[in-house]
Write a protein that binds this ligand. Sequence first.
Ligand SMILES: Cc1cc2nc3c(=O)[nH]c(=O)nc-3n(C[C@H](O)[C@H](O)[C@H](O)COP(=O)(O)O)c2cc1C
Length: 165
Amino acid sequence: MKAVVVYESLWGNTAAIARAIAEGIGSGTQALPTDQATAIVAGGVDLIVAGAPILAFSLPTEAIRNAQAANPGKSPIPADLSHPSMRAWLDVLPAGKGHSASFETRIWWSPGSSAKAIESRLVKLGYSPVAKPQRFLVKGSYGPLGPGELEKAQRWGAELARLMF
Ligand SMILES: Cc1cc2nc3c(=O)[nH]c(=O)nc-3n(C[C@H](O)[C@H](O)[C@H](O)COP(=O)(O)O)c2cc1C
């Protein structure tokens, strides 16, 4: 089973969760930012796992990403905007017949869901979900991840691998 974990991450929380999911899936699965995942997906994968943070109650828009670039002093570390957004990546993802799973990082009380938005776009492209959208919690606006979230991500990755067999 060939899988890839694709992520958008401005401050590193989603990237860390993506790496833990990839470890849980095993079999050399890589966690890659959007643009770096394009080639591996084009080569054919059985499972695309895609994740992004919720920003302003939504899958990050270009407007909210630009606002981070315009106000670099607001965050404890500058936002990494060197990779395209998940939204932009999904806009050019070719239709396919593989499987998918989606996740988000978020604070606990927020409305909105990046994972559900990703899932619905993947379904429209033909990738059928193997699991419900998953959420991973951070403690504050910029992180860090909540206790046990990396372990939960690893367990979820292992569960996805089981569901694929
Ligand atoms: C400008 C900004 C807006 C945010 N808006 C939301 C939100 O609406 N809902 C939510 O659950 N979390 C929100 N968060 C928290 C982020 O989703 C959380 O920190 C996420 O893990 C960041 O992911 P990253 O480190 O991979 O970029 C926001 C954080 C920032 C900095």
